[in-house]
Design a protein around this ligand. Structure first.
Ligand SMILES: [Zn+2]
Ligand SMILES: [Zn+2]
Length: 150
């Protein structure tokens, strides 16, 4: 289950739909992302972490990231790295994905802005206390209707 957000700029008409969370195909996405990360597709840091914790796992949930420098909003897989609380646990190949309660966070993945390369901030929920500015004109975007997806 995921949450869709629709961001609208009342001033210039810019709008953007973003989808956070995960869909029905989450276990497939998770497996694919883990495989990619293990092979260094998502950077050498994640590859190193997999070498250090071969039974570790990344979180492939979609999160919304915001660059305060150039106002880019992106929706990307979180890629935060977790390891099992029980170090003897084998690498999970559960079709429903690992039970995240059995895992602990090792390191958050740093997301850099695709536009300017500066670190992006994770926005948990688009609410009034996390203002996001319009990439086009810089005025504050309004949170339009919310959509549920699966
Ligand atoms: Zn940027
Ligand atoms: Zn605007």
């Amino acid at each position: 289950m995921g949450m869709g957000y629709s961001l609208v700029c009342k001033k210039c008409g810019y709008s953007r739909n973003l989808f956070a969370g995960c869909g029905m195909m989450y276990h497939e996405v998770l497996r694919e992302k883990n495989e990619e990360a293990r092979n260094g597709v998502h950077g050498t840091r994640l590859k190193e972490l997999f070498e250090e914790y071969p039974n570790g796992c990344i979180d492939a949930m979609n999160e919304i990231y915001y660059c305060a420098v150039c106002r880019t909003v992106e929706c990307e897989s979180s890629l935060d790295f977790y390891r099992p609380k029980n170090p003897d646990q084998a690498a999970g190949d559960d079709v429903f994905g690992p039970d995240m309660n059995e895992y602990e966070l090792v390191e958050k993945h740093e997301h850099s802005c695709p536009n300017c390369g500066k670190p992006m901030k994770e926005i948990m929920r688009l609410t009034e206390d996390t203002p996001v500015d319009c990439p086009e004109c810089g005025s504050e975007l309004e949170n339009g209707h919310m959509l549920l997806w699966d």
